[in-house]
Design a binder for this molecule. Structure first.
Ligand code: ATP
Length: 319
């Protein structure tokens, strides 16, 4: 669905030095990115400010021409076949609108239908589905400029889906939304991906979006891919140890640090709570729980994993 090899995109920045003198500097925004996304995948594309995410998205959607590299999206060259691509993909930029500000939301949808020449029955079905799931009914007649950010974003997502795209590209779709709106949007996108099989590529600074929607994470920094893989695999890579926290009925008769696979133990509450660090490679949580239960009566337990923010922080720290 997306095929990118050795993508580079440079910009020239001009700075005035005097009345007639200008200094030109070259900025390499994307510096040799490889990315392959198969149909039906949901991929999170993350990185710190200025990492090159938006530039990549703009190249993939045909807004920017690459300086070098091979780019194919839905089998077409985005820069050369932008119209063809527009029929195959849906794009949502959190910071930019594809709706007509002075028109009621419903009229924007009708215009987009005309632009994309969507057959009437398909349009009616997709529109009705989005209106229902995104609860757009109450403000279909409201001019876009009077909508709240959350309402408008739901409108933007609908606008991007009316022509039935195979691929949905979202650049910061939850930026500025309150928690409830974010959650509603994530729920809708997760449903879209699982039930319709729409391929999703998402950039975001809110890693909860990724946790919820994207089993696969691509981390970029300074225009280069730092890591690419399933979230769980990246978690295991940056953090080979996990922690089993057990609450016991009574403090153990002997320390638990000799259990197979345990690297270190920290006790709390007079020994009633034990934090057992163990290496993923050496044992499983299930085996360790069984071993603990053989030594003491277990009241409650949980396994602690680093949060996704921590995983990404550690990936950046490795660069
Ligand atoms: N039109 C442009 N002219 C000059 N430099 C640009 C232009 N667009 C982007 N850049 C530079 O390219 C680099 C990558 O920018 P880009 O917007 O792709 O990053 P990003 O990862 O999307 O960042 P953010 O998370 O802040 O949106 C930055 O150094 C930026 O200043």
């Amino acid at each position: 669905m997306i095929e990118v090899r050795d993508l580079r995109r440079e910009f020239t920045r001009t700075r005035k030095l005097g009345r007639f003198r200008r200094e030109r500097t070259r900025v390499v925004a994307v510096d040799g990115v490889d990315l392959a996304v198969a149909a039906g995948e949901a991929v999170g594309y993350v990185g710190p400010n200025g990492a090159g995410k938006s530039t990549t998205i703009k190249v993939l959607t045909g807004v920017l021409v690459p300086t070098a590299g091979h780019v194919r999206v839905c089998g077409v060259d985005p820069a050369r076949q932008r119209r063809e691509l527009a029929r195959r993909i849906g794009v949502v930029f959190g910071q930019r609108s594809q709706l007509w500000w002075d028109l009621p939301l419903a009229e924007s949808f009708d215009l987009l239908r005309a632009v994309y020449r969507v057959p009437a029955a398909d349009y009616a079905r997709r529109r009705a589905e989005c209106v229902e799931l995104l609860e757009l009914g109450p403000f279909l007649a409201t001019p876009v400029r009077q909508l709240s950010l959350g309402q408008r974003m739901r409108g933007e997502i609908t606008a991007a889906l009316l022509h039935g795209p195979e691929l949905l590209v979202l650049d910061e779709p939850t930026i500025g939304l309150d928690l409830e709106s974010k959650e509603r949007l994530r729920e809708f996108l997760a449903e879209l991906h699982t039930s319709r099989g729409t391929t999703v590529l998402l950039t975001t600074h809110d890693l909860d979006d990724i946790e919820r929607l994207c089993p696969r994470l691509v981390v970029i920094d300074r225009g280069r891919v730092l890591a690419d893989g399933p979230l769980d695999a990246l978690r295991a890579e940056v953090s080979p140890e996990r922690v089993l926290v057990v609450d016991l009925e009574r403090p153990p008769a002997a320390p638990l640090d000799d259990l197979p696979g345990v690297v270190s133990v920290r006790a709390e509450l007079g020994g009633l709570r034990q934090h057992l660090s163990f290496r993923r490679a050496d044992t499983t949580a299930a085996a360790l729980i069984a071993a603990v239960a053989g030594r003491a009566a277990v009241h409650d337990l949980s396994v602690e994993e680093p949060e996704i923010d921590e995983v990404v922080r550690r990936l950046y720290a490795r660069r």
